[in-house]
Design a protein. Structure first.
Length: 139
């Protein structure tokens, strides 16, 4: 056997490792029903001006990406996207939300929406911060 270090793994190599880890994880998770969730705001031409990407798994919604174009910021669109995702997740039986954001992105935005900071990764990637949040959807 040989260890091989590469700075440019192929998409197939990344996918192979991901598939094997997923196979292992699914054998040990009590809920295997992970489902994608995406909400887009599109203009009249079908161009995306904002969007949220995440997935639901058991009791949890994980928000992976939230983006609002520069020209659409300040109109509460980010708030609406998060609220729509939370509502949809509750319809799927989710009780909680998990997400993370860089310090230069939106920590205060999420806190205004009721998210509770659980952890801050400092000096990430060099001098910044990455913030990890959760929120209970159960009233």
């Amino acid at each position: 056997m040989n260890y091989r270090l590469t700075e440019s793994p192929s998409p197939q190599e990344k996918d192979e490792i991901f598939r094997e880890l997923l196979r292992y994880n699914l054998a040990h998770l009590e809920n295997k029903d992970a489902r994608d969730l995406a909400i887009f705001l599109e203009d009249e031409s079908g161009n995306k001006t904002a969007g949220l990407i995440g997935d639901t798994h058991g009791n949890w919604l994980e928000v992976e990406y939230l983006w609002v174009s520069e020209k659409m910021r300040g109109r509460k669109i980010g708030t609406e996207l998060v609220q729509k995702a939370e509502s949809f997740a509750m319809e799927r039986g989710c009780k909680y939300v998990f997400l993370n954001t860089f310090g230069f992105q939106a920590p205060r935005f999420y806190e205004k929406l009721g998210y509770v900071e659980k952890f801050v990764l400092k000096e990430y990637p060099v001098s910044g911060t990455r913030h990890y949040y959760t929120k209970s959807l159960v009233k």
